[in-house]
Design a protein around this ligand. Structure first.
Ligand SMILES: Cc1ncc(COP(=O)(O)O)c(C=O)c1O
Length: 384
């Protein structure tokens, strides 16, 4: 089976975990502190707070901003609905923005109208949570521009974007804070895990308190990462460069076969015609968009029968039962949800694996063409 994702582990992670177990100290301790220092250094941020997941990181950040009942949070629909769920659980209203089918990121051209409309509907719009979807940077400068104009706080959901640079600066370092996820499908993993990065000492202090029962001074949570997880994370961080370049190599193989093929649209930043090295440098999920007449779910099922794991890219949060309205407010996100196909992508894959995935996909998309080609080849052979 060629799996969609796989952690890039070797003996080093096992040894690191073994050392933590032998030490007798397994909860948040020195390894977590070292992991936080390493992430902060790598990202060029002043503070890092390690937590139990990307969702926990978002929960803490929205609480640290003081988000409460009746507030509005601007969130792209086409993204894992972690921020939307947290907003909802805090009694706030997620205000969904549609995405672009070219790079799957929020469409900044729609932002101002949505903010204005929400304000005139009486919603206290407090924050924007832009997502760097699948590791591709969103237009953060435009997000910051509107945030400044309407006095909104920005928490960057960089769950998928460790290693993503925007003009040389790590994604997640532009707003009040940024978050990462270390789920096994992400660039590096700690099994489950997450982190917050911020330059604000005041915000970092609030986050640390919220992670640890409010330090018994205010109400808080227990979102502490363990030293076992951090030990894995430290080894993984040391492999970040290797992981990114191995993934890049796999993407290049996909591009050789898939770029320019009818029926499949690659994200714009990868295609040969509009290539962006920045965006292409840390792709966490390679999602392609299949033409509307192709039954995406059938392709996923057939690929699975052929021992290739593929998946839908991401839900469109505005269509989830808790958030859905009668009219489709984010049609591009709906299309991405319906026609997006995530291909296997991880550092342990080989070029042959990627070739097999891409060629199988083309065979499934064009079964008639394949047959026709085979017949034509046969006829040529017979004629010779
Ligand atoms: C954009 C985005 N935000 C947040 C999360 C939540 O991260 P976690 O699974 O670590 O809670 C994910 C996870 O898939 C994600 O893709």
């Amino acid at each position: 089976m060629i799996s969609l994702a796989k952690p890039f582990f070797d003996e080093k992670e096992k040894e690191a975990v073994g050392r933590v177990l032998d030490s007798g100290w397994i909860m948040q301790g020195k390894r977590v502190a070292d992991f936080e220092t390493s992430i902060a250094e790598k990202c060029g941020s002043r503070h890092c707070i390690a937590v139990t997941s990307g969702t926990a990181a978002l929960h803490i950040c929205l609480m640290a901003l003081g988000i409460k009942q009746g507030d509005g949070i601007i969130i792209p629909s086409f993204a894992w609905p972690a921020a939307a769920n947290i907003a909802h659980l805090l009694g706030a209203k997620p205000i969904f923005v549609d995405s672009k089918t070219s790079d799957y990121n929020l469409n900044v051209d729609l932002l101002e109208k949505i903010i204005e409309q929400s304000i005139s509907d009486g919603i206290r719009v407090k924050a924007i949570v832009p997502v760097h979807q699948f590791g591709a940077p969103c237009d953060i400068s435009k997000v910051l521009e509107f945030a400044a104009k309407y006095n909104l706080k920005v928490i960057e959901d960089s769950a998928c974007a460790l290693g993503t640079k925007i003009n040389g600066q790590q994604a997640g370092t532009f707003g009040v804070a940024g978050i990462f996820s270390f789920h096994p499908r992400k660039i590096i993993t700690t099994a489950e895990g997450g982190a917050i990065i911020t330059d604000s000492s005041d915000f970092a202090e609030k986050c640390r308190a919220l992670r640890n029962h409010g330090n018994l001074v205010s109400a808080g949570l227990n979102y502490r990462m363990t030293d076992i997880q951090a030990a894995i994370g430290l080894v993984q961080l040391g492999k970040l460069k290797t992981i990114l370049s191995k993934r890049k190599y796999i993407i290049e193989t996909y591009l050789e076969i898939l770029d320019g093929q009818d029926g499949i649209t690659l994200p714009e930043y990868l295609s040969n015609s509009v290539r962006s090295e920045n965006a292409a440098s840390a792709v966490q999920t390679l999602m392609v968009l299949l033409d509307k007449d192709i039954d995406r779910d059938k392709i996923i099922a057939r690929m699975a029968e052929l021992k290739i794991e593929t998946n839908t890219g991401s839900p469109a949060a505005h269509q989830l039962p808790i958030f859905a309205k009668t009219s489709d407010t984010c049609p591009a996100a709906s299309e991405l949800q319906k026609q997006g196909l995530a291909l296997p992508l991880h550092a342990a894959m080989t070029k042959d694996d990627a070739r097999k995935v891409a060629e199988t996909l083309l065979d499934l998309i064009y079964p008639d063409t394949c047959e026709e080609l085979q017949t034509a080849e046969l006829e040529t052979c017979l004629a010779e």
